[in-house]
Design a protein around this ligand. Structure first.
Ligand code: UD1
Length: 378
């Protein structure tokens, strides 16, 4: 019997990081063969992530251009991805989360009649404009998918509310937990920061890149700068996204601060141990919310709404908003109150046990009739 060809399609750094454990799990499953289709949506950042996990794309569409618009990306990915999936003989396509790559590849696969498995399915902020365009991408992908791998019971409930059939939904946990634990456990913190930590200094990791935050990103960065000035004993580290819109907002606001280190985007092998060593993550990213929860590191979320409410309920995430005054006040409150930080650190991790990828591979094997339905964890 020939193996079923499972094409994992991704194009950005976070997708590669969270799909890497899935690739390995599919590879180890009898009757399944994993292949990688990269769209190359983020050339440098994606390549860095691939090398950390020792993954090589079987096909690369190489779509990235300078200052690409969402429409440009869509117009380039949809026709090329469909053609390539056909050439690759895909029996199923796995897409992840909510990027342009995810939605566009799912649409191409649908046009080609290839079933789509959606990893990190069912997250909803409830607001189409936050995050933009990700909330739309994830909802649209959910319309097209055959199998949905929901990280939590809450994300499964969102899908059921939208009318999806329970048969195709599997609650697996978050593959980010699998990835961050594996990498943070094997790679030590990089030397200049290790020395700071050994000298008793505390680190705060910052990331901010979301499109809907870009109009006020300069003011948000200035607010972060005021927090850093109020806490000269802390060392802030901000790997700045390569997007020119982000670079232009952040560098002038924070570039000259003594205790604010602005650096190039980090490989995941450096990011994971840095997050694990931090006293707080201040971020508008999605993945960092789960990674903080998995590592027991408090997260201040620089957004007004989150599609990851489980972490807020558990107490490890705090919504700080994107209003500069409000986020400044929230960060000052948290950093000035060790008891609050300790309570956040000891919160339960609601995003799974680090075995999500294996469950996804088993559910795919079931779909192709290779194994019994794995019903003990849904
Ligand atoms: C995209 C995702 C977002 C995800 C983020 C992670 C969509 C709609 N959004 O954000 O969900 O959180 O990626 O990074 O898919 N650039 C480079 N080199 C790189 C990466 C980016 O030069 O390695 C520049 C390019 O000029 C590009 C710009 O940054 O035009 C923005 O990249 P893009 O992938 O479009 O990022 P976002 O859409 O902001």
């Amino acid at each position: 019997m020939t193996s079923k060809r499972i094409v994992l399609a991704f194009g950005t750094r976070p997708e590669a990081t969270k799909m890497a454990p899935v690739y390995r799990a599919v590879e180890q499953t009898c009757g399944l063969q994993p292949l990688i289709l990269s769209t190359g949506q983020q050339r440098q950042m994606l390549d860095g992530a691939l090398s950390v996990f020792d993954l090589t794309p079987d096909h690369d569409l190489n779509v990235m251009t300078d200052r690409q618009t969402l429409a440009d990306l869509t117009a380039r990915i949809v026709p090329q991805a469909g053609r390539t999936l056909r050439e690759m003989g895909a029996d199923m396509v796995l897409v992840h989360g909510d990027t342009s790559t995810s939605f566009c590849v799912a649409l191409s696969a649908f046009y080609e009649g290839i079933p789509v498995g959606h990893v990190e399915a069912g997250l909803r902020s409830g607001n189409l404009r936050e995050p933009f365009p990700e909330e739309a991408n994830r909802r649209l992908t959910g319309v097209l998918s055959t199998l949905d791998f929901a990280p939590t019971g809450g994300s499964k409930a969102n899908l059921l509310r939208e009318g999806k059939s329970e048969t195709g939904i599997f609650v697996t946990g978050q593959t980010a937990v699998d990835a961050v634990r594996e990498v943070a456990g094997r790679v030590p913190l990089r030397p200049p920061w290790r020395q700071r930590l050994e000298a008793g200094q505390r680190l705060v990791t910052v990331t901010m890149h979301r499109r809907e935050n870009q109009p006020m990103m300069r003011e948000m960065a200035e607010a972060l700068g005021r927090v850093a000035r109020a806490h000269p004993e802390l060392h802030f580290i901000y790997p700045v996204h390569l997007s020119p819109a982000v670079q232009e907002a952040v560098r002038p606001a924070l570039g000259s601060l003594e205790n604010f280190e602005l650096i190039e985007p980090l490989d995941y092998s450096e990011m994971a141990p840095l997050m694990a060593a931090s006293v707080l993550l201040a971020t508008d990213s999605g993945g960092l919310q789960e990674e903080g929860a998995a590592l027991g590191v408090p997260v201040a979320v620089l957004r007004n709404v989150t599609e990851r409410p489980e972490g807020v309920e558990a107490g490890v995430l705090r919504l700080a908003g994107n209003d500069p005054q409000q986020l400044e006040a929230t960060l000052l409150e948290l950093l000035g109150d060790e008891r609050q930080l300790e309570a956040m650190r000891s919160a339960r991790n609601p995003y799974g046990d680090g075995k999500a990828a294996g469950r996804i591979a088993q559910a795919i094997a079931w779909h192709f009739g290779l194994t019994q339905r794995p019903d003990d964890w849904q």
